[in-house]
Design a protein around this ligand. Sequence first.
Ligand SMILES: Nc1ncnc2c1ncn2[C@@H]1O[C@H](COP(=O)(O)OP(=O)(O)OP(=O)(O)O)[C@@H](O)[C@H]1O
Ligand SMILES: [Mg+2]
Length: 282
Amino acid sequence: MSQTAIDLTPRAARAPHVIAIASGKGGVGKTNLTANLAVALASRGLRVCVLDADLGLANLDVLYGLSPERSLRDVVRGECRLSDVLVEGPEGVRVIPAASGFEELTRLGADEQLRLLSEVDALEDDVDVLLVDTAAGISSNVLYFTAAAADALIVITPEPTSLTDAYALVKVLATRYGRREFLVAVNMAAGAVDAEAAFARLARVAERFLRVRVEYQGYVPYDDAVPRAVREQLPVLLAAPGAPASRALVQLAERLAARPPSTPTGGVQFFFRRLLAEGRRS
Ligand SMILES: Nc1ncnc2c1ncn2[C@@H]1O[C@H](COP(=O)(O)OP(=O)(O)OP(=O)(O)O)[C@@H](O)[C@H]1O
Ligand SMILES: [Mg+2]
C-alpha cells in the first residue's frame, strides 16, 4: 500500500458558499431539490452540509431515511457539541437538524450566541457548500434564513400561483432585507420551453417593479420517479439516476457549483451571525 508523505487534499480556498432554497408557495419541491442537489454536489467531491430549517415537518430527514435524535437546540443549550447533532446522509452529505430549535435561536442570550457561533466555526474549514432548506412562504423565520444566506435560490413551478407567491417573496426580501440578486430554478416543468416561460414571467415583473436581478439556473421536469423515490426514502438521484429529473438535477448542481457566491463575503459563521442579528431586530 502506497502512502503519500504530503497531504494534497485542498483546503477550502474560500468561505463556504451558503445557499438558501426558498419558495413563496408550499410543495413546489424545495426539499427534494435540496436533498438531491446536496447529493449531486457531494458526488462531485464537494463537502456538503444541509441545514434543515423547515419548522414544520422534518422532511429532509425523511427523504434521506434518517431519524436524528438531536437538533441545533441541544447545541445552543450546551447539552452537546455540533458534531453530536450532525447526521450523515447519502454520499457523505451532513445534515444539521435545526427545525425544532429555531424559535429559540432568535432569542438567545449573549453567552448562548457565542457558544453557537464557536460551534459553527468548526464547519468553516470543513464545508464547501451549506444548503439551507427553508419552509414555504414569507413568515419571518423563512425570511431570516434566506436573508442571511449568500445566495437565495427561489424555486417556482409553472403554476400561476407559484409565480405570484414567488414574486411576493422576492419583493419582501428586496424591500425589507435589501437583497438584489436572486437565483431561480423551475421545478415540475413540462420541458425547457415551459420552464423558461415561467422564469421569464417572474423575471419580467421582478426586474421591472423591484429592480432586482433574477438569474435562471435551470429546471427539473415533472417526473414520476421523484414521488416514487420519496416513497423509498431516497433522493431520486440515487433511486433512479437515469430518470429525466435526475439528469436535470445534476445539471442544476453543476451550474450552481460553477457560480461564485453573489455576496463575496459569506461563510457559515457569517450566515449564523446574520441570522442571529435578524432575530434580534424583530
Ligand atoms: N420534479 C418533480 N416531479 C414530480 N413530483 C415532484 C417533483 N419535485 C417534487 N415532487 C413532489 O412534490 C411533492 C412536494 O415536494 P417537496 O416536499 O420537495 O416540496 P417542498 O417545496 O419542500 O414542500 P414544503 O413547502 O411543504 O416544504 C413531493 O411529494 C414530491 O414527490
Ligand atoms: Mg420542504
